[in-house]
Design a binder for this molecule. Sequence first.
Ligand SMILES: [Cu+2]
Length: 336
Amino acid sequence: MRPRSMMAISVAAMAALCMAVLLPGSTTAVVEKRFITHSGAVISTTGEVLDPLYTASTVEFDPDEYLRNFEYGRVSQEDGQTIREYTIIARDDQVQEISPGVFYNVWTYNGTVPGPTIRATEGDIVRIQFINQGSKQHTMHFHGIHPAEMDGVFEIVGPGGGQFTYEFEAGPVGVHPYHCHVMPLEEHIVHGLYGVFIVDPAGGRPAADEMVMVLNGFDTDFDGENNFYAANTVPFYYQHHPIRIQQDELVRVYAVNMVEFDPINNFHLHGNLYYYYPTGTDTVPSHYTDMVTLSQTERGILEFSYSYPGQYVFHAHKVEFSEKGWVGTFLVDGPS
Ligand SMILES: [Cu+2]
């Protein structure tokens, strides 16, 4: 256990208290909870919160590590075809501090939200040993082309160690989501059981600084509306930790909208325009724009390069979302 976590336990435990507050004009006592977060902030809330203690099942997610991490699997050859094997473990008992003081029960593939970015070349065989170590039924449903029995909808995988092997040929070329497909679907997705599946064309793509952004939201008070929004899970993360890129270098963003409840999300880039490839399935961009709007699981590839150094914002132009966390910055480094 890291020292910071140990300190958080003792500090949070000492500081945690509850008190009844009578709101003006109301006769209903509202329970207010007050505690100190791992960053030292004092938080008061009358909303639903989980036990604000760090435990062995607390997820600490690093958006910088996730951003440029691509999982190519364990690679072998069978009959001249490339096989990419993965082991994916689902859990539903972990807790993550979504925002300072707000602890939320995340459901994870391999311990993170989003799950690992799975990457293959069109025509490769993707073989996934899926293990459900959760307490509920879960599956993996990939968007893309595959046989019905590999669709992760009817082949429910039971809790407590149930297993299923998904195997299919990667395709078509593009950027696709994968997610759990057990009912109620909204619940399984909003808790975090999703990730990105990238299929490259044979011969690859032109060299670029590549990154993945999953646009997600969290309903931390369980009222069917999101309280926080983000690019890669942690609200405001890339605003406080700018993504460093190079002037005149091609940047390629694989963006996937996994926000539940809200019918739309969008991606606006400052000081620049990008070439946009819907679903990433075509080699010719459909738009040259600074703004696309995406519905649930809509996704695409954005390509751009900055002509001038400096710091540039990117965010949802649905302003409510950016004010609740879906905002970040690129820091463009000029020639040294
Ligand atoms: Cu599930």
